[in-house]
Ligand binder design. Structure first.
Ligand code: KG4
Length: 343
């Protein structure tokens, strides 16, 4: 029930998850409904945009209804609608944005467009009620690997991003070549637990000194060349060792750049976000590094790392607190500057 709190309905459909959620006063999660399309896209070894859009369309109303029912509210109780408006797959985004606008119009409620990365970071606010900006955020997923300086709830500054493959993308592509399944990140994470991270010496790509950008395509190619070479020589691929060595090379670079950014900008907290933030090695390494340096360490539970609407509802709440509303002219944007809608 409402009890004077601000009830936000969040909607997310930027890639292959259709999700809706209800939060109260931003951080209190009342319901979260996610319809994943992984099984469908597994057939193709990656997300097929047109198929994703069609499935969002099929699922969106059910997912929203589920979130409203599970929260124990009526549509009339909703005070605000938050929706991911970019970046992402344009056809996929349009389904969520259109549903959100239709509801905002029908219910006569305000609407807030949310940048997908701002949403990922906000997952940490739901997980950790005490967390407040400023802090250093690492957003790593299938589409992004970014270091972001979080100066305020709506004041995010991009310090660095991947110049080619995202961390999750590199893991998915390597897994495809290894023939171990899709999505590759979780499979590599699992295999790596039984492997030796020092078995194969892959080069860590740090780029020029002082840069917070990433480049994972060279590492991906090193791994693929290694696999092809071993196959040509008729040798069996040491899957566990390969997974462990590859994963170690990715996570070392991410952790090292995050620590450098926290130091340069004087932040005493680091928060992980995005699908790759579920990675057990990344979580372990970051926790240990933060402990050693006396930094606070935050990470969402896995269901809040992956694409979900709870994080979008939370981010929408903080935008509304600062009067950063959208209107019914809100559109979907495949490419979107991080500071969109923050000024
Ligand atoms: O944030 P997300 O659900 O979707 C977007 O990319 O927007 O992230 C999905 C990515 C995939 O590339 C997947 O392989 C990766 O996150 N991932 C992981 C793990 N779980 C998911 N990568 C490494 N370790 C994991 N445990």
């Amino acid at each position: 029930m409402k009890q004077g709190k601000m009830i936000v309905l969040g909607i997310e459909s930027s890639c292959d998850d259709t999700s809706a959620a209800v939060t109260a006063d931003g951080r209190e999660l009342l319901s979260l409904s996610i319809s994943s399309q992984i099984d469908i896209h597994t057939l193709y070894g990656g997300v097929v945009p047109e198929i994703a859009s069609r499935n969002h369309l099929k699922n969106i109303n059910t997912v929203i209804q589920q979130a409203v029912d599970e929260a124990g509210i009526e549509y009339a109780d909703i005070d605000l609608i938050g929706v991911t408006c970019g970046p992402g797959l344009i056809g996929a985004l349009l389904v969520g944005v259109s549903a959100a606008k239709a509801l905002a119009y029908a219910l006569d409620k305000p609407i807030v467009g949310v940048h997908h990365l701002q949403g990922h970071i906000a997952a940490n606010y739901i997980q950790a009620p005490e967390l407040q900006p400023p802090f250093t955020a690492v957003v790593a997923s299938g589409g992004n690997t970014d270091i972001i300086d979080v100066r305020g709830y709506n004041d995010l500054v991009m310090l660095g991003q991947t110049r080619d493959d995202a961390a999750g993308e590199a893991m998915d592509k390597v897994a495809r070549v290894m023939g171990i399944g899709y999505p590759g990140g979780p499979v590599i994470d699992r295999l790596a637990r039984d492997g030796n991270p020092e078995a194969i010496d892959f080069k860590r790509v740090m780029l020029e000194k002082g840069s917070y950008d990433f480049s994972f395509s060279g590492l991906k190619t090193q791994v693929i060349n290694y696999v092809n070479h071993e196959r040509m020589m008729g040798r069996e691929i040491p899957k566990e060792d390969l997974a462990a060595s590859f994963q170690q090379a990715i996570m070392e670079v991410i952790v090292s750049k995050a620590l450098e950014a926290a130091e340069e900008y004087g932040r005493n907290r680091i928060a992980l976000a995005g699908g790759v933030a579920s990675n057990s090695l990344l979580r372990r390494m970051m926790e240990e590094a933060c402990r050693q340096r006396g930094l606070e360490y935050y990470r969402p539970e896995p269901v809040l790392c992956t694409d979900n609407a709870a994080m979008i509802a939370c981010a929408a709440y903080y935008k509304a607190q600062e009067g950063l509303f959208s209107d019914l002219s809100l559109d979907a944007y495949p490419v979107l500057d991080l500071r969109w809608g923050m000024e």
